[in-house]
Design a binder for this molecule. Structure first.
Ligand code: NDP
Length: 280
């Protein structure tokens, strides 16, 4: 396994399992179980995925020491706010059946800067209790981060964004590097659209690796945390099989310079989750 070191010194695996749409119950439980057996040590979940109980149970049942496993979870989109961050953090601890979370993220920014900053204050307080080893954000554009800078005592340690061969996020990564914030990709397979990209087919043949392997290794070599999701045992094992080859600098550049721009999820500036004012 390869790791990155977050701004506060915490080490995070560069490869993990995604669990969006892995249903609580058999799918989420088995996928986490198989992933841990295959050697994964990072599991990415979120309150809104509704599967924290099964994720937590699979981690417990694995018998692997908790300190060896890195759990990311995220505050419900649309429930951003000071009290909610704390309330739902405690709920995540219970559901995941753990004493601490490795990385707690704000899932989506609000376009209301003030609300986002208040929420971040709660995230900082959670971090100071030691119950979250690291804190960060997801789907933050640069303007959201610049706004946070005005009031934050601690800057986010990571930003999880849509990142794949159709949306390479080189500019975002440069900004995050300059601000000592790690980057985590989501949606690496572009909801299946990555399989149609001719360059990736070519590189898959050249390296004798699957297209998901090529994408994952491309991310890891850029120091991007990669979390491909699958509930299929063979795919989970296959997706981990990326540590026995390297992509040349020239091929890395070819992917970085692909002439396509395609989002498969919403642009954070255009996806509005209504804050539930009454419980903030
Ligand atoms: P991915 O790009 O990881 O693609 C998942 C899909 O690809 C599933 O349908 C899966 O099928 C299939 N798949 C996986 N491996 C293979 C393979 N080797 N060959 C063929 N098909 C394969 O999508 P996600 O959108 O799930 O992103 C990954 C993770 O990122 C999420 O699970 C979640 O943890 C996180 N995320 C975060 C978001 C955020 O807002 N912060 C938003 C979206 C995702 P199957 O499961 O049937 O095997």
């Amino acid at each position: 396994m390869k790791y990155i070191t977050l701004a506060n010194g915490v080490k995070m695996p560069l490869l993990g399992l995604g669990t969006f749409l892995s249903e609580n119950g058999t799918d989420a439980y088995n996928s986490v179980k198989w992933a841990l057996e295959a050697g994964y040590r990072l599991i990415d979940t979120a309150q809104t995925y509704g599967n924290e109980e099964s994720v937590g149970k699979a981690i417990k049942d694995s018998g692997i020491d908790r300190s060896e496993i890195f759990i990311t979870t995220k505050l419900y989109p649309g429930k951003i706010g000071y009290n909610n961050a704390k309330k739902y953090f405690e709920e995540s601890l219970k559901k995941l059946d753990t004493d601490y979370i490795d990385l707690y993220l704000i899932h989506w920014p609000s376009q209301n800067y003030e609300l986002t900053s208040e929420c971040w204050k709660a995230m900082e307080e959670i971090y100071r209790t030691g119950k979250a080893r690291a804190i960060g954000v997801s789907n933050f554009n640069i303007h959201h981060l610049e706004n946070l800078k005005k009031t934050a005592k601690i800057m986010p340690m990571l930003n999880q964004v849509e990142l794949h061969p159709g949306l390479r996020q080189l500019h975002m990564q440069k900004y995050l590097n300059e601000n000592n914030i790690a980057i985590n990709s989501y949606g690496p397979l572009m909801k299946g659209q990555a399989f149609d990209i001719p360059l990736l087919k070519e590189l898959s043949l050249k390296y004798n690796k699957s297209i998901p392997n090529i994408i994952t290794k491309w991310g890891i070599q850029r120091n991007v945390v990669m979390i491909p999701k699958s509930v299929t045992k063979d795919r989970i094992i296959e997706n981990f099989n990326v540590f026995d080859f390297d992509i040349t600098g020239e091929d890395m550049e070819k992917i970085n310079n692909l002439n396509i721009t395609r989002r498969v999820y919403s642009d954070p500036d255009n996806a509005h989750f209504v804050p539930l004012k009454e419980i903030i």
